[in-house]
Design a protein around this ligand. Structure first.
Ligand SMILES: CCCCCC/C=C/C(=O)SCCNC(=O)CCNC(=O)[C@H](O)C(C)(C)COP(=O)(O)OP(=O)(O)OC[C@H]1O[C@@H](n2cnc3c(N)ncnc32)[C@H](O)[C@@H]1OP(=O)(O)O
Length: 345
């Protein structure tokens, strides 16, 4: 009775009764064929091909215990429309309750995401621009709150250049895997804007001294670290000053970082050669989904719970500042310049 394996074999054999040997052999071959097909690693969730609108501007798939939210506006560099903000929140709410272990954000086409769609500012309601700024501030605050409160590991698969809010939100992610063709740009200064996505808090915090001192100069991408050629001059500067300087260079002065530089600053977890990026990243993510899901969720919760109240307060402050920035002449003239450069106005 205690030899559970052989007992299971006996029970299975005796349950077949008087099944003819040939039939049993055929059933066995069918079973093995079906098992080998199921064990084939499924290809990574592929977003809709360029130009297809499958699922519209956002494609949400859920397979292999991974929910993937794909920006799908390649013709517009995956700029985020007002509707996409709503759809991403719905996708995150669904993912928080489904059987997925990880939630991934990625882009279809050459860009990861070019940030807020600047035409979002052109549809002014009859109540005027103040009302538009007020409703945008509410939408942005709810959107970022969704990421702050999301209960499962968030992964960014940064397949190409990332701009604006798609960069600032990365401080709320658990893993940021970047192709070596990705860049990270937060042009808030030139746009007359200010930081969002809690980046005014997470970026100075994350670009901490330990990461700078551990920068591996010249290491190969994909070896579990940054392939960084960035040399960091520490002469005469306290690390604290350098940390703020790096975050300020991005958020105030709009410096664009390469994937390697972003990794050296702690914004990116790991950089991969573009040629092997998708295969390496999805193989790794599928392996992560084999971990005990409740342990994963508990570990993430104890890591994230302590900071949530502060992040909500930072988000509220950033949205309040942006509500004013959107009404400023600096911002409106920058948006007009962008949209009129191709005769969009
Ligand atoms: C509810 C409100 C929430 C607000 C949240 C706060 C968020 C703030 C931000 O995200 S700030 C950052 C906003 N993004 C930008 O400023 C980027 C603007 N785009 C560009 O600078 C360039 O397009 C580029 C550098 C991304 C790519 O340049 P290039 O390679 O030359 O391509 P094109 O410029 O020809 O772009 C192709 C096509 O896409 C349109 N497009 C690209 N990005 C945006 C965008 N962010 N908003 C609107 N449209 C965009 C571009 O106009 C072209 O359209 P066309 O082919 O001319 O129809």
């Amino acid at each position: 009775m205690m030899d559970l394996v052989n007992k299971a074999k006996w029970d299975a054999w005796s349950a077949l009764g008087s099944l003819p040997k040939e039939t049993a052999r055929e059933n066995y071959v069918d079973l093995v064929s079906s098992l080998s097909a199921a064990s084939e690693p499924p290809s990574p969730a592929k977003p809709a091909a360029d130009g297809e609108q499958a699922g519209g501007d956002l494609v949400v798939t859920s397979e292999n215990h991974i929910t993937t939210i794909t920006f799908n506006r390649p013709a517009k560099k995956n700029a985020i429309t007002t509707q996409m903000y709503q759809d991403i929140m719905l996708a995150l709410q669904a993912a928080s309750k489904d059987d997925s272990v990880l939630t991934v954000l990625t882009g279809n086409g050459e860009y990861y995401c070019s940030g807020n769609d600047l035409t979002n500012f052109t549809d002014i309601p009859p109540e005027g621009p103040e009302e538009k700024a007020r409703t945008n501030a509410i939408l942005l605050r709810e959107f970022v709150d969704c990421f702050i409160d999301f209960p499962k590991p968030l992964v960014a698969v940064v397949n190409g250049p990332a701009v604006g809010i798609s960069v600032t939100l990365l401080g709320l992610f658990d893993l940021v895997y970047a192709s070596d063709r990705a860049t990270f740009h937060t042009p808030f200064g030139p746009l007359g804007l200010s930081p969002e996505g809690c980046s005014s808090y997470t970026f100075p915090k994350m670009m901490g001294p330990s990461k700078l001192s551990r920068t591996k100069v010249g290491s190969r991408a994909g070896e579990g670290g940054c392939q960084s050629q960035a040399t960091v001059s520490l002469q005469g500067r306290g690390l604290g000053q350098l940390v703020f300087l790096k975050a300020a260079e991005m958020l105030i002065f709009g410096r664009k970082l390469t994937a390697q530089e972003a990794c050296a600053q702690g914004l990116v977890t790991e950089v991969f050669p573009d040629s092997t990026f998708q295969k390496e990243v999805w193989t790794r993510l599928r392996a992560y989904t084999k971990l005990p899901p409740n342990a994963v969720r508990t570990s993430r919760e104890v890591m994230r719970s302590k900071g949530r109240e502060r992040l909500h307060a930072v988000n509220a402050e950033e949205c309040g500042a942006l509500q004013q920035r959107w009404l400023s002449e600096e911002c409106t003239s920058a948006v007009v310049r962008f949209l009129s450069r191709r005769g969009k106005l």
